[in-house]
Design a protein around this ligand. Structure first.
Ligand SMILES: [Zn+2]
Ligand SMILES: [Zn+2]
Length: 320
């Protein structure tokens, strides 16, 4: 997997100075990872859809889907995004490790790779240097709507150079526990498939139960979490409202706030990128923010950042 740690052979001087890594093998690994993690969950989801039509909904399968979706979306939204990419709060060491593992189970890449890419997105949002703008590509060409949405959603993984963590995520590279989790990324992805399979098998006492757990709590869950997350890059830079006049094309999309745990309040997030909260009204469904508040109440999260009611009228200085 690309960028799985910071201990491999030193990068050439040009790459160290660059915001992205221009390496054929890194890009090949990014493409292979994208291909596997897009196609296998898609196959599982088609199988689950066939099951649903022929056998109807089953409580165990839906319970595994919802529980595993919640755990891994928490890992991506609260862990990968708000904690590791934006440092919007500080987490107790074991909560920090748990969030990194749960985020890894979503199969969107190791935490350092994901966070580096996301920090580059904020630093260069909707410019030629953005990895996944639906509006403009790395050649400076303006996309048509469908081509742009495809590029921002998944296409960029097959085309763009990944971000350079030596420029963008030195703080994460210095965290030895996080780097250990980062290096064992494949293990966590497999764990995210084995756990629901084991739960399904034990609950039904059969291999059929294990297969159902794998398909619903593993692959279908992975498919849904992926595309909910990717919608933040595509639809939430295209469709919705823009209450804050940020310099990018980010939007708030209320249709997507529930499955993204509030992440679809993307214009608010671009206006206040260091805030642990992205929804300021109950209907913004900021589930991720609610979880951080809960962790704070339990003493597991501190230094939780939030704009004051007065500051909410204006974007953070320098926010993209
Ligand atoms: Zn964005
Ligand atoms: Zn962000």
């Amino acid at each position: 997997m690309m960028l799985s740690d910071g201990t491999q052979a030193p990068l050439p001087p040009r790459a160290v100075a660059s915001l992205t890594i221009d390496g054929r093998s890194v890009r090949s690994r990014q493409r292979l990872h994208a291909l596997l993690t897009l196609l296998l969950p898609l196959a599982g989801t088609l199988f689950a859809a066939h099951d649903l039509v022929t056998r109807g909904p089953r409580t165990l399968e839906l319970a595994l889907l919802v529980s595993m979706y919640s755990v891994t979306m928490m890992g991506v939204d609260v862990g990968y995004h708000r904690l590791f990419s934006h440092r919007s709060f500080k987490a107790h060491p074991w909560l920090r490790a748990l969030l990194a593992v749960c985020g890894s189970m979503a199969a969107q890449g190791p935490v350092v790779y994901w966070s580096s890419n996301h920090r580059l997105h904020h630093a260069r949002s909707d410019t030629v240097e953005d990895l996944h703008s639906p509006h403009v590509d790395s050649e400076g060409e303006r996309h048509g709507m469908l081509a742009g949405l495809w590029h921002a959603h998944v296409g960029w993984m097959f085309e763009h150079e990944p971000a350079n963590p030596l420029r963008l995520a030195k703080d994460l590279l210095r965290d030895t526990t996080l780097m250990w989790i980062n290096q064992h990324y494949s293990t966590w992805v497999l764990l995210g498939l084995v756990l629901p399979a084991a739960a399904g098998g034990l609950a039904e006492g059969s291999w059929q139960g294990a297969w159902s757990g794998l398909v619903w709590g593993g692959l279908t869950r992975m498919f849904l979490v992926q595309h909910a997350t990717f919608a933040g890059n595509s639809f939430c830079h295209y469709f919705g409202t823009r209450p804050y006049p940020t310099e990018d094309g980010s939007t708030n999309n209320l249709l997507l706030v529930l499955p993204t745990f509030g992440g679809a309040m993307h214009n608010t997030h671009h206006a206040f990128p260091s805030s642990a909260f992205v929804g300021f009204k109950w209907w913004h469904c900021d589930i991720g923010g609610g979880l951080i508040r809960l962790f704070g109440t339990c003493g597991l999260a501190t230094d939780i950042k939030a704009p004051s009611p007065g500051a909410r009228q204006h974007p953070e200085p320098g926010s993209p």
